[in-house]
Design a protein around this ligand. Structure first.
Ligand code: KG4
Ligand code: ZN
Length: 335
C-alpha cells in the first residue's frame, strides 16, 4: 500500500491506498474552516501551524488502523505543488521523515492531477483521454488529460470560480468557505430580483471573475439595508455558472469545428460540488453527446485519497523522487 499526504491548503489529510486494486483502505481529513471563517479566507500562517499539530494526530490514527505494523507500506506520496508554500512544507517534512525512518521511496504528486484522479478513487480502471473542468479555490481550468500528460486549454485571467464565491460571501459577512454558503442561500431565493453582467462575452477561451465580484460589491452598496441576500446569492451563482457554461460551450464548439470528439468530460475540484453548476454542465455535455464524469461529493474538496490514487500510477511507473532534491513548488511546474 501507499501512504499519501495532502496539506496544500487548509485540509490535513492522510490515506492508505492498496497498490494492486487502488482500494482506499484508510482516509482521514481534518478541515480548518472554523479557524479561517472570521477572516473570509485562508490565513497561511494559521493553516501551517494547524497542519503541524494535526498531521501527526492523523498519523497516530493510521498507525492504530495498521495495529502498529507499517511494513505493508511500500512508498510515501505527498502533494508538492501547487499550493501554499508554508502548508505544502508541513506535508513534505512529514513525508521526508517517514521516508527516511522507514527507508521507503518518495513520490511527489501534483495536486491538480490529484483532483483529476478523484474520479477514479477506489477503482483500478481510469478513463483517458479526458477533457476536464477543474474548479477550485485556486484554479479555474479547462484541461485535456491523458494518463501521462495534462494540457491547459483555458484558465482564469484573475480570480478563480471558488475564490469568487469566497469573496462574495466575505462581502456579505457570511464566513468561509463561501461556496456552500452561497449555494445554500441561493437555493432559498424566492424571486429573481438582481441581474449581473456575464463576464467575457466574446470568443476567447478564458475565464474572469473579478468584474462580476465588483458588480456584486456595487449592488451591495446600492441596496444597503434593502439588500435581499438570497436573491443576490442566486444572481451571482447563476451568472458565475453561466460564464463557465458559455466558455465550456465555446470549447465544445471549437473541438467540433476541428472535427475532434469529446467522448468524456469531467468536472473536478472543490467547487465541482456545486449542484447548480453540475446540472448546467450536464445539460451542455448531453447536447454534445459527451458523457459527464463526476467525483463522489466527499472527494471533490481537497483530500489525500486522490493523491494516493495518482501515486499508484506514479509508483507503477517508477517515478520516484530524490529526497535530497525534493522541494515544494507553490506554482505548478508541470503535471
Ligand atoms: O479544491 P478545494 O477544496 O481547494 C483548493 O484546491 O482550492 O476547493 C475549495 C474551493 C473554495 O473556494 C470553496 O468555496 C469552493 O471550493 N466550493 C464551492 C462549493 N463547495 C466548495 N464553490 C461553489 N459551490 C460549492 N458548493
Ligand atoms: Zn484542491
Amino acid at each position: 500500500m501507499i501512504l499519501s499526504i495532502e496539506s496544500s491548503c487548509d485540509d490535513s489529510s492522510l490515506a492508505l491506498t492498496q497498490i494492486k486494486d487502488c482500494k482506499l483502505l484508510f482516509h482521514q481529513k481534518i478541515s480548518q474552516d472554523e479557524f479561517h471563517s472570521n477572516y473570509g479566507g485562508i490565513v497561511p500562517e494559521i493553516a501551517s501551524r494547524l497542519h503541524a499539530q494535526r498531521l501527526p494526530k492523523i498519523l497516530e490514527n493510521l498507525k492504530e488502523f495498521l495495529d502498529g505494523d507499517l511494513s505493508p507500506i511500500k512508498a510515501i506520496a505527498v502533494t508538492t505543488e501547487p499550493g501554499l508554500s508554508v502548508t505544502l512544507i508541513e506535508g513534505l517534512m512529514m513525508a521526508k521523515t517517514l521516508s527516511l525512518s522507514l527507508s521507503l521511496p518518495l513520490l511527489s504528486i501534483n495536486h491538480l492531477k490529484g483532483h483529476i484522479y478523484s474520479l477514479f478513487i477506489n477503482q483500478k480502471e481510469s478513463i483517458f483521454p479526458l477533457s476536464v473542468l477543474l474548479v477550485s479555490g485556486g484554479h479555474t481550468l479547462i484541461l485535456e488529460s491523458t494518463k501521462e500528460n495534462v494540457k491547459i486549454i483555458a484558465q482564469s485571467l484573475d480570480d478563480s470560480f471558488g475564490e469568487s464565491f469566497d469573496k462574495v460571501a466575505k462581502m456579505l459577512g457570511l464566513g468561509y468557505p463561501g461556496g456552500p454558503i452561497i449555494e445554500q442561500l441561493a437555493s432559498l431565493c424566492k424571486k429573481e430580483i438582481y441581474s449581473l453582467p456575464t463576464p467575457l462575452q466574446n470568443k476567447t477561451l478564458a475565464f474572469s471573475f473579478s468584474g462580476l465580484k465588483n458588480a456584486v460589491r456595487l449592488e451591495i452598496e446600492k441596496q444597503g439595508e434593502a439588500l435581499d441576500k438570497h436573491a443576490l446569492s442566486y444572481a451571482f451563482q447563476k451568472t458565475a455558472c453561466t460564464h463557465i457554461v458559455q466558455k465550456c460551450k465555446r470549447y465544445f464548439l471549437d473541438k467540433k469545428e476541428k472535427g475532434e470528439a469529446i467522448p468524456y468530460f469531467a468536472i473536478v475540484g472543490g467547487a465541482s460540488a456545486n449542484l447548480y453548476l453540475r446540472e448546467q454542465i450536464e445539460t451542455l455535455t448531453q447536447s454534445f453527446g459527451s458523457k459527464l464524469l463526476l467525483a463522489p461529493l466527499e472527494f471533490c474538496s481537497d483530500n489525500s485519497a486522490m493523491i494516493g490514487r495518482v501515486a499508484v500510477e506514479e509508483y507503477l511507473r517508477g517515478k520516484f523522487s530524490d529526497i535530497k532534491n525534493l522541494d515544494i513548488s507553490p506554482r505548478s511546474r508541470e503535471f
